[in-house]
Design a protein around this ligand. Structure first.
Ligand code: ACM
Length: 700
């Protein structure tokens, strides 16, 4: 795991240097703030198309999926304009409609990988025309129209423009882990809305884990009865989600993780396991010993029935069997398994796992599906149809492609690690080891998937981990590869983030209630000033810094759970400081910096009043004190700079030591303004500012 973080950090640091001189689409983005950015946009100076309450859409042809898409579009248009249920309609006649949708073909009944998603959109002041070869392309175009809607002096309107658009990758996914913490249907549905809004097309649903088996099985009911704490999806609910996703052009790929990550299966069916049991639902986090017994025919008989049942429930072509992180301890401890390995010439646990995966692949294929799994399933003798999801680094994706296997990239897109958006945005499925592949090998790379592992998310804060950072990843997978300008990305992401509020996503709206709850008051301004500039520690550092071991029963109600993965306030402040120390300062910038620093310097007193009342707030009291001290240092540095007086060496040395200390994680959060203030201190002493890296214990 730490190797994974290290690779990721190296890529991130290299990419930051690379991006400093990159191309920009900023001129156009100032006029329209789309994300993902289309393949081609021509914004016209003509008057926009104003959306009156009589706005109507005409749909050509009788594809029910297209009609449904038009209805969903109108519903969403009402949400984005605050309109009434009877505003806007489907027109009978294309000539009377303000939006005419015209598609050449319906899309496939069961959505397929690689279906055409291209569309063309033309808007003038009288009407909009959307053309696509398939209904799926029209769905993507409808999302573009929604994103274009803006308030103008004439009312809500769509700017006059022409767009030609198509995706770069056919597989653009988000994985949500409902195993570790159960995510109710409303969480899933609002995230599907947001996925559709940024043109993602695969919802990978991680449905079984050590901590929970989340689907109703009619063949093996003890799976959910004993393995889920009553928190599972019925088959009717699963069908409902699949239909909801299909209506939005999203495939649903189920994952049932095996042979490891499977303790919850064994609570009801201990005979599947390689150790004697009994088993109970796992409450802790990590990689555990229980694993299926790959040596018994009865295991495969069970899986044949189970996979058959699930293959009928989930219509998608792909069936994910997990296959990751088996520690092999139960296999080592079981003499029958050791005998089996000797008898079959299986020399190692990976060989035994390969044997298991080969047999499971045949079962999956027998039920008409294509097997997908994490890196570990790639073993010699696997049929070339399988799909590898690369989580351990870009090399494994490139290696799989070289051997003729299709794959998708997830390494670099782990949202649970709480890295800044830019660090995900710079990761490209075709970069790194993939860059040197032949064209034929590159064709094997289908795209990518972000992963939302759920150790530290609840229905309350999961949206804030996925959004808005997911939107730039969606852009990476949809838009031209040369979309690399970070300023444009952050600007458009902020816009999309607010715009997603209309779908009931709570990444913005839950913040204040979480702070109010932990403060026990609705006057949380001093708490918010602090939490606005802290971030959760990165990667797996939360575990290393925990004072007691977290479990699935631990409340997720602390500052670390409310704090944003990336502090916008700290990022903006740091941009101002960079401009200031490099001499590129804009009018009013110093006044703004001073204003912020004074707010932070003076925040500790009102903060402590809140902290006295709350054990939860109390734990970040030292961070609040650091904020005050660091801000005072920043103001002093600005004073030196303003007076043209060089800061004394001993003051500088003392302050740099203080910055190191203030950047140490406390209560598992990090104060993110420290590096910028360090730069001010260095500049005030006549030194070239350097970048203060996060302490190792904040990223391990
Ligand atoms: C994984 O992160 N174990 C796929």
């Amino acid at each position: 795991m730490s190797q994974r973080c290290l690779n990721f950090l190296v890529i991130w640091i290299m990419a930051c240097f690379f991006l400093l001189g990159s191309v920009t689409a900023a001129d156009e983005t100032r006029q329209v703030r789309l994300m993902p950015w289309p393949a081609s946009v021509n914004v016209s100076s003509a008057a926009p198309l104003v959306i009156h309450t009589s706005f109507s859409v005409a749909v050509q042809g009788n594809d029910p999926h297209l009609h449904k898409a038009a209805e969903i579009f109108l519903k969403d248009l009402r949400r984005h304009t605050g309109s009434l249920p009877l505003d806007f309609s489907i027109a009978g006649n294309a000539d009377q409609a303000q939006l005419a949708i015209d598609v050449d073909h319906p899309s496939e009944e069961v959505q397929k990988l690689g279906e055409d998603e291209a569309y063309t959109l033309k808007v003038d002041s009288a009407r909009a025309e959307l053309h696509a070869r398939t209904t799926l392309g029209a769905m993507r175009g409808l999302q573009t129209i929604l994103q274009l809607v803006e308030i103008t002096p004439q009312g809500f309107a769509i700017p006059a423009l022409t767009i030609e658009d198509k995706p770069r990758f056919a597989w653009r996914g988000l994985m949500i882990d409902s195993g570790r913490h159960f995510m109710p249907l409303d969480v899933i549905k609002r995230n599907l809305d947001a996925m559709a809004a940024v043109k993602l097309n695969v919802f990978h649903w991680h449905l079984s884990e050590n901590q929970g088996f989340r689907v109703e099985s009619k063949k093996f009911p003890k799976l959910q009865q004993l393995g889920s704490d009553g928190l599972y999806y019925t088959q009717a609910e699963i069908r409902d989600v699949i239909a909801y996703a299909r209506d939005r052009g999203i495939r649903v790929v189920p994952e049932f993780d095996m042979p490891g990550h499977s303790t919850a299966w064994f609570v009801g069916y201990p005979e599947l396991a390689s150790g004697p049991g009994p088993y109970s639902i796992e409450r802790k986090w990590g990689v555990f010993d229980p694993a299926m017994d790959p040596t018994k025919d009865s295991t495969y008989k069970f899986l044949d029935t189970f996979i058959g049942e699930m293959a009928a429930l989930f219509p998608d072509q792909f069936f994910h069997i997990g296959g990751d992180e088996v520690n092999g301890k139960q296999w080592d401890a079981n003499p029958k398994i050791q005998d089996f390995m000797r008898a079959h010439g299986l020399k190692s646990n990976p060989d035994l796992q390969g044997y298991f995966v080969e047999r499971v692949q045949k079962i999956v294929a027998k039920h008409g599906k294509t097997m997908e799994g994490w890196d570990e399933i790639l073993r010699p003798n696997m049929p070339s149809s399988i799909v590898i999801q690369s989580w351990r680094g870009q090399k494994s994706l490139a290696d799989a492609a070289k051997q003729g296997y299709r794959g998708l990239l997830s390494s670099g897109y782990y949202l649970d690690l709480n890295y800044p958006t830019a660090s995900h945005y710079v990761v490209d499925p075709m970069s790194g080891d993939a860059a040197s592949l032949s064209d034929a090998e590159k064709e094997k790379i289908l795209g990518g998937e972000a992963c939302m592992w759920a150790e530290y998310v609840s229905p309350e804060n999961i949206d804030s981990r996925i959004w808005p950072r997911m939107a730039p990843i969606a852009e990476r997978l949809w838009s031209p590869q040369n979309m690399t300008d970070l300023h444009s990305m952050y600007d458009r992401m902020a816009h999309v983030s607010d715009w997603l509020n209309a779908y009931g996503l709570n990444h913005n709206t839950e913040y204040a209630p979480m702070l109010q709850r932990m403060a026990g008051t609705d006057d949380v301004s001093a708490l918010q000033v602090l939490v606005d500039v802290v971030e959760p520690v990165k990667a797996y550092a939360r575990e290393g810094l925990a004072t007691s071991e977290a479990t699935s029963l631990t409340p997720l109600n602390r500052v670390i759970d409310a704090a944003r993965p990336e502090s916008e306030t700290a990022r903006e402040f740091s941009e101002m400081v960079d401009a200031f120390v490099s001499g590129a300062i804009k009018p009013g910038m110093e006044a703004q910096m001073r204003q912020r620093l004074m707010l932070w310097r003076d925040n500790d007193e009102p903060f402590q009043t809140i902290a006295k009342r709350s054990s939860i707030v109390q734990e970040v009291a030292p961070v609040s004190q650091n904020l005050a001290t660091v801000a005072a240092t920043g103001l002093r540095a600005l004073d030196y700079l303003d007076r043209g007086e060089k800061a004394p060496q001993d003051w500088k040395t003392q302050q740099l030591a203080l910055m190191q200390q203030a950047f140490q994680p406390k209560a598992q959060v990090v104060l993110m303004i420290v590096p910028a203030v360090q730069k001010l201190v260095q500049a005030s002493a006549g030194e070239t500012p350097t970048v203060l890296a996060l302490p190792k214990n904040a990223t391990d």
